[in-house]
Structure formats: structure tokens, C-alpha cells
Ligand binder design. Structure first.
Ligand code: FAD
Length: 512
């Protein structure tokens, strides 16, 4: 009875939505019939469209025809099926938290699924911790900051993190998810047991290393090309009580990387749970990154060290410790490590902080008047000295424009699953570097130009860098990026998203 009464209303709503959409533009999304259940959840107004036309980078702007605010996984399935069944399918991108920097989360003339509405929906998957099994089931829309808080309440923690936690689980698992724990535990994609995924035909599939393993491997690091992650089963460990957090400066690049690698290769594994590094460049005032860590008395000395050398290098490590550990013993261990290291004497400091304070060290700051022309690279270890001379000293130091942190630390290839879609250099040890520039709306090109100069230099010098969070726009560039993985990547696309619906903002298959 209820059903027959509601049918005419549904029909009218459907016609209205279709009519409304058809009148707004000429894109494929607007021409396809859409199910009535989505009528109130699909928005075509200016505010909605604008919100999905920009991202953290604030450089690429691309308007979708509509934005879906789902209140359930079924809503997303309905949308994907609509596109799949449409004579001319439309593109669908998922906006995890919009922290891409090159429009990877956009869908020109298609539909952007804003996962925020699922996050805020009371009936969503949310975060369920299975203490006895040491894993958590987490909705793909959830932010890592919430995973931290929920797991910490049970004395547990994921093992592999990103530096910044206001990123969605689905978003980082579509890339890799790297930070200082990666050398030891691998990226976040190496620490997932199972996924629920909506593939390009709207089917919801559970996959793991045992079941549907090819889909599982495809989706991890898959740039959103093969499916929409709606649930991830994340590995957990006991959460440490506290963290001993140390930073030491080096004036010599070779010393810096030698000591980093001693830790990364495992010789110092028992003393470091986290390993990163960064550069401090001679371009004016010390950044908040330095001033907030080191005692004020050391700051003038650090700045004169930078003046003298142009670039100084900062090794950063932490040692976790648990309730039963004794602080002084942890300290002794660390002193022992640094005793053998070649940092500049006296240019070192350490502090105890809670595990949560450490993981939330990067604040959530958004400013729409800024742009972020970032570049993240993986560099093979065998060419790291050439990279130092040709890029860091000849380009970055000489141009002297770099703003924001420059990260620089080693990773172990064997901690990455070769079957995943992620691409990394073909060497046991490779470095990651991130130029995290912040600029105004009108001057980002100067940083973009430097980013391009870095890539050009590497190409000319034969340094086989791999872009992390790559921003390629042509199929030729993507084929080169994937290298030996390209054939598999393309075949997986044909299998799981045969109509090229998913994640058009990555600009991989759009032209095919
Ligand atoms: P979005 O930008 O919304 O989406 C990214 C891509 O993933 C898009 O193609 C999108 O369609 C797809 N996608 C999103 N959700 C899903 C889903 N559920 N299923 C399938 N596909 C999906 N990265 C690191 O590895 N380590 C870091 O420490 C780190 N720090 C960062 C700090 C800041 C301030 C910023 C802006 C970015 C940082 N990143 C880092 C990069 C970050 O991991 C990626 O930009 C990530 O894509 C952003 O997450 P998001 O949830 O906002 O995803």
C-alpha cells in the first residue's frame, strides 16, 4: 500500500531531477536517468558544484555536473549503476576529504561523491575496533584522526600513519599512505587485511589476500581507478604510552643519509619506530617547524649553521615506549644511537610527548587564499648524491624560493607489496622527498616551474625518479610512470571499471 502511494511521487521526483539536470548543462551525467532515491541527495546548485571544483592544492579547478551527498553505501552503488547503465556513462570521483593537490578528486561534468556526508551520517560503518583480533573495520570515508581517537580509547593504534591525519582512509589507501613508520611497517596499503569495494559496475565486493585477491591488490595504491573503498580492515597494535622524539642537525649530506640508512636498513631497528628527515634552507626566518621543537637558545645557532652551509639536514626519529618501560633506559638507548652518529655536536634535542600528541603534530589549517604547488618524489638510492648536487644544491638552493617543509627520508622496498598498484623505484632502498610549497593565488607558477625543473634535471641525468601522488595528464606519461606495471594496470581497469567511470580526476583513462 505504502509502496503504491509513493510511486507517483518518486516518478515525479525522478522526472524533475532528470529535467533539472538536463537543463543545467550538456554533460553525460545530466543526460542519464538517475534513480529517485538520489533525488534529494544529488545537488546541482552553485554552492555544491563549487565545493567540489577545488581541492587543497587550489590550482586545478574543474566543475562537476552534480555532487552526491550519500547517506548510505547503497546510494553510491545506485549512482555507479546509473552511470554504468547509461548509454554514455558519466565520470564519478570520490572526494574523501579533498586533500589532493592536482584535481585528482574532481570529475569534470560528472558527479563527485562527497564522503563527508557519509562520515556525518549516524548509520554509516564508522569505526569498529576488534580488540581481540587486533584490527579495526573502518569506513572508507573516515578520517585517520578519528581512527586514532577511536582506537586509542581501546589502547590500540594502527601501525602505519601519514604525517597529517585529516585525510580519509579511502583517499590514502588509493595512494599509499607514507610517513616515518613506513621504513619499518611499510605504507598504509601494506597494513590492510580486507576491503569492501564498489566496482565500476556498481557491485559491492569484499576482497582480501584470500578472496578476490586481484581486486584487493588493484585497489591498494590504485588511484581510485578500480573501485570505491567503503570499508577497510586496518591492522592494529598496542598503542605506546609515550614517544621519545628526537631531532639532530647535519651539515653534511653524506653523513645525514648514511645515518638515516643505518636505521632504515634495520641495524638500529630496536631503537627507532619512526624515521624521517628534512632540509632547512637558507631563506630567511626559521619556520614554525623549527621554532616549535627546539629551545629558543638554540635557534640563533641553527640559523647561523644554515647561513654557513646553505642547507642543513635534520634527522628525526622516535622511540615508542610502553607503560612498563623506564624513561631513563629509553634515553640511554637513544644516547647510544646518537653517540655513533655524525650530526653536528650540540645540535640535537629530544622530548617526551604522548603518542597522540606526536601523531597529531601537524595541525589542520585551511586557507582558501593560498595554493599548494607540491611535489612528492621517490628517488633510487643509487643516485641520491646526484640528486643532492643537481637538485638540492643547483636548483632548490640557487633559486632560493622554497617555502614550507622539505621532507627527505629513506624507505625499504621490501616493505611494499609488489602486487599492489603503487609504483616505487626498483631498488632496495629509495628516498622520498616532498616539496610542500605554500604560495599565493597568483604566484604558484614559480614553484610549479621549479618542480618541473627538478623533474627535467632528473630525466636528463637519467635518475629514475617516481612521482608519488602523480599529476600526469597524458596517457603517454602514465604509461611511462607505471612502467612494467602498466599492462596489468590497464587490464585491471578493463576488468573492474570497463566503462571508465571511476576517478576521472586522475586523468589516466579519460582520453581512451
Ligand atoms: P581525496 O583528495 O579526496 O581523494 C584522493 C584520490 O583518492 C582521488 O582520486 C579520489 O577519487 C580517491 N578516493 C578518495 N576516497 C576514495 C575511496 N573511498 N575509494 C576509492 N577512491 C577514493 N600523503 C601521505 O602519504 N603521507 C602524508 O603524510 C601526507 N600528508 C598530507 C598532508 C596534507 C596537508 C595534504 C593536503 C596531503 C597529504 N598527503 C599525504 C597526501 C594525501 O594522502 C593524498 O592527497 C590523499 O589523496 C588525500 O586524502 P583525501 O582523503 O583528501 O583524498
Amino acid at each position: 500500500m505504502a509502496k503504491s502511494r509513493s510511486t507517483p511521487i518518486h516518478l515525479i521526483v525522478m522526472l524533475l531531477v532528470t529535467y533539472f539536470l538536463c537543463t543545467v548543462g550538456k554533460s553525460n551525467a545530466l543526460a542519464c536517468p538517475l534513480p529517485p532515491e538520489l533525488a534529494t541527495k544529488l545537488h546541482v546548485d552553485q554552492v555544491a558544484v563549487d565545493s567540489a571544483s577545488s581541492d587543497y592544492g587550489n590550482i586545478v579547478h574543474s566543475k562537476p555536473a552534480a555532487v552526491l551527498y550519500p547517506s548510505s553505501i547503497e546510494d553510491i552503488q545506485r549512482l555507479v549503476r546509473s552511470s554504468y547503465n547509461c548509454p554514455i556513462p558519466f565520470g564519478i570521483s570520490v572526494r574523501g576529504n579533498g586533500h589532493s593537490v592536482n584535481g585528482q578528486d574532481m570529475a569534470r561534468d560528472g558527479v563527485v561523491v562527497d564522503m563527508k556526508s557519509l562520515r556525518e551520517n549516524k548509520h554509516g560503518i564508522k569505526i569498529r575496533v576488534y580488540k581481540n583480533h587486533l584490527f579495526a573495520d573502518v569506513g572508507g570515508e573516515q578520517l585517520w584522526i578519528d581512527v586514532l581517537h577511536t582506537t586509542a580509547a581501546q589502547g590500540l593504534s594502527p601501525v602505519s600513519w601519514t604525517d597529517f591525519l585529516y585525510l580519509s582512509v579511502g583517499g590514502t589507501l588509493s595512494n599509499a599512505g607514507i610517513s616515518g613508520q613506513t621504513f619499518l611497517h611499510g605504507p598504509q596499503i601494506s597494513n590492510v587485511y580486507e576491503l569492501d569495494v564498489i566496482t565500476g559496475n556498481g557491485e559491492l565486493v569484499t576482497c582480501s589476500k584470500r578472496n578476490n585477491s586481484d581486486l584487493f591488490d588493484s585497489v591498494l595504491g590504485g588511484l581510485g581507478q578500480f573501485g570505491i573503498i567503503t570499508r577497510a580492515r586496518i591492522a592494529l597494535r598496542s598503542a605506546p604510552a609515550k614517544v621519545r622524539w628526537s631531532r639532530a642537525f647535519y651539515s653534511n649530506f653524506s653523513d645525514f643519509i648514511r645515518d638515516q640508512e643505518r636505521i632504515a636498513r634495520g641495524g638500529q631497528r630496536d631503537v627507532a619506530n619512526y624515521l624521517e628527515g628534512s632540509l632547512v634552507l637558507d631563506n630567511g626566518t626559521p619556520t614554525e617547524w623549527i621554532t616549535s621543537f627546539f629551545p629558543p637558545a638554540l635557534l640563533p645557532r641553527i640559523m647561523s649553521l644554515v647561513k654557513k652551509h646553505g642547507i642543513i639536514y635534520c634527522l628525526e626519529l622516535t622511540k615508542y615506549y610502553f607503560v612498563d618501560d623506564i624513561e631513563s633506559e629509553i634515553d640511554q638507548d637513544l644516547q647510544q644511537v646518537f653517540k655513533d652518529f655524525a650530526h653536528v655536536p650540540g645540535f640535537i634535542d629530544a622530548k617526551f610527548v604522548s603518542h597522540q600528541d606526536f601523531l597529531t603534530r601537524v595541525p589542520n589549517v585551511e586557507n582558501e587564499s593560498l595554493t599548494h604547488p607540491w611535489q612528492n618524489l621517490f628517488i633510487p638510492k643509487s643516485r641520491i648524491s646526484d640528486f643532492n648536487l643537481g637538485v638540492l644544491r643547483e636548483i632548490v638552493l640557487k633559486r632560493n624560493i622554497t617555502t614550507g617543509p622539505v621532507l627527505f627520508y629513506p624507505l625499504n622496498r621490501h616493505k611494499w607489496d609488489a602486487k599492489s598498484s603503487a609504483v616505487i623505484p626498483d631498488e632496495d632502498i629509495f628516498y622520498t622527498t616532498s616539496f610542500l610549497h605554500t604560495s599565493g593565488i597568483d604566484n604558484w607558477q614559480v614553484y610549479d616551474d621549479q618542480n618541473k625543473a627538478v623533474v627535467r634535471f632528473c630525466e636528463e641525468a637519467g635518475i629514475k625518479i617516481v612521482k608519488y601522488l602523480a599529476d600526469y595528464t597524458t596517457i603517454e606519461e602514465w604509461i611511462k610512470h607505471f612502467g612494467s606495471k602498466w599492462t596489468t594496470f590497464r587490464e585491471r581497469k578493463a576488468q573492474y571499471d570497463p566503462k571508465n567511470i571511476l576517478s576521472p580526476g586522475q586523468k589516466i583513462f579519460n582520453g581512451i
